[in-house]
Every structure is written in structure tokens, then in C-alpha cells.
Write a protein that binds this ligand. Sequence first.
Ligand code: RP5
Length: 167
Amino acid sequence: MSGVGGAAPRVGVIMGSDSDWPTMGKAAEALDEFGVGYEVRVVSAHRTPVKMIEYGQTAADRGIQVIIAGAGGAAALPGMVASVTPLPVVGVPVPLKHLDGMDSLLSIVQMPAGIPVATVSIGNGRNAGLLAVRILAATDVALRDRMSAYQAQLEKLVAEKEAALHA
Ligand code: RP5
């Protein structure tokens, strides 16, 4: 998978296997909604370790500002990439057919002090995309306004659903 998302890539969406895409595609959808450019790569900590290190070491110099990394099972990818880049890394625990994603979650969230990975809940690719948008929005006023509008929209939706309960 090559660069997608229209605008110049600011976010790297990487995953250990193409089989992670049903989860990771949700991150890409969120980035699309906010008009944030991203690239998609299959990079495995265990199967393509050299490619993984090369990706992590070059991402910042290529203009990537946030990396979203998803993997399942013995999910080393987010932590290993975080160890070779100064960029913020958002980790997505991908649920596989055994252990309901608990193995993925624990592999990603239990990082040693010094190398943080911002881990979202199991299978929550969408929140990973939204968190990446928020990280970028800290220094991008237009994006921050879009995030505020999105949050206002969520609030409106809840109010409408509540009203429907009483209709
Ligand atoms: C992990 O192994 C990948 O991130 C994926 O979640 C899992 C299974 O990979 P496949 O066997 O489907 O390629 O490294």
C-alpha cells in the first residue's frame, strides 16, 4: 500500500500485516474526514525488522509528524518503532481470533519508562486516527477548529438521540 489520503502525508499508518487493515482502515477513515494526509505501509517487527527500523528512522525526515502503528498478538511493532523515532507513536491493539486482543493490548501498553506509546483501546483504529488529528491540531489552528466542530457535532448527536427517547 502506498501513500493515500490526498494531502502530503503527515501521518504514517503502519501495521504488522495486511490482515490488520479492517482495524487500521478506521484510522485512515478518521484522517480522511479531517483532510489529513497519510501514508499506509505494512511493516512487521518480526517478519521485516530491517524495513521497520528503516521506516522509523526516516519517517520524521520525510515529513511524517505522527505514526499510528497497529499489530496483533505478540505486537512488538508500535514499541519498536517508537524506539527508533522521536515522533509520537499511537499504538492500536488489533484483536485476533485468540485471546480477544488482550495479548495485543498488553504487548503494546506495557512500555518501559523512556519510550512512550499512546495506546488506544482494543480494535479502536478510529480513536487512533482522532488522536493523531489532536496531536497535529496542537500546532494547527485550522485543524483544531475542525476538531472542535466534530466534538460539537457529537454533542448534538447525543442530544438528538436523547430527545428521540422521549418522543
Ligand atoms: C502480527 O501478526 C500482525 O500485526 C497481525 O495482527 C498478526 C497476524 O498476521 P498474519 O498472520 O495475518 O499476517 O504481527
